[in-house]
Design a protein around this ligand. Structure first.
Ligand SMILES: Nc1ncnc2c1ncn2[C@@H]1O[C@H](COP(=O)(O)OP(=O)(O)OP(=O)(O)O)[C@@H](O)[C@H]1O
Length: 208
């Protein structure tokens, strides 16, 4: 279980969060610039909080007072950033195996579950947007991460693809039973995706 109580001071905003991430899918919404990405980057180990702590079960990932900082590669988080989500010149299989943390068996299972078996040797850049999204999800799930952090996972897709990829992604996340934060600024998506809904308002993550 991830427990956090931290702040990040930015020139434009102070991002603050205090809570516990439960199992299931937690949707995080909020206006552009409200601090959503900064929040999940702190959990992922990509941004250092200015003050406070982040713990995963008995392990401290960050503690500013004690000067503890566990880098992202040692947290085993599945992080899917906004924007360019695949390595276009690598094959689908090598994209999924990029972290080298999982097993070949795990990769096979993901290729099958994500409907990507026939593309395993295809360069990821040659796939459609929805297929690339599934490759990125596979990469994030490879090695069964402790938590999954998805930053606007459907934003690159057109409306017709969104529904399909959204439903597929939710089903796979639930099957893999990994706690997930799903960031979106689309309110209708928020209603359809999560078990609970957190809101980021002017930097403060409001936990329900
Ligand atoms: N590395 C950085 N250095 C300084 N300021 C930053 C940095 N990263 C983000 N910020 C600022 O912090 C604020 C919050 O940014 P963040 O990306 O977390 O917002 P967001 O809610 O995810 O926005 P969006 O929905 O547009 O992606 C913004 O004002 C942004 O300009």
């Amino acid at each position: 279980m991830v427990i956090f109580s931290f702040s990040v001071v930015r020139p434009s905003i102070i991002v603050k969060a205090d809570g516990v991430l439960p199992n299931g899918i937690t949707v995080l919404t909020g206006r552009s610039g409200s601090g959503k990405s900064t929040f999940i980057k702190c959990i992922a180990g990509l941004v250092k909080p200015t003050t406070g702590i982040i713990r995963y079960d008995a392990t401290t990932w960050a503690d500013r007072d004690q000067k503890i900082w566990v880098p992202t590669q040692d947290r085993r988080v599945g992080y899917m950033p906004q924007g360019n989500i695949v390595f276009p010149h690598l094959s689908v299989e090598n994209n999924i195996k990029y972290s080298k943390r999982g097993t070949s068996e795990m990769c096979e299972k993901l290729l099958k579950r994500l409907g990507l078996e026939r593309y395993r040797h295809t360069k990821a850049g040659q796939l459609s947007g929805g297929e690339q999204q599934r490759v990125a999800l596979g990469r994030a799930l490879f090695s069964k991460p402790t938590i999954l952090l998805l930053d606007e996972p459907l934003s690159a897709l057109d409306w017709t693809l969104r529904k399909h990829v959204r439903e597929d992604s939710i089903a796979i996340i639930r099957e893999w039973n990994v706690p997930c934060i799903w960031v979106t600024h689309d309110e209708s998506e928020a209603e359809m995706v999560g078990d609970r809904h957190w809101i980021c308002e002017d930097g403060t993550v409001i936990i329900n």
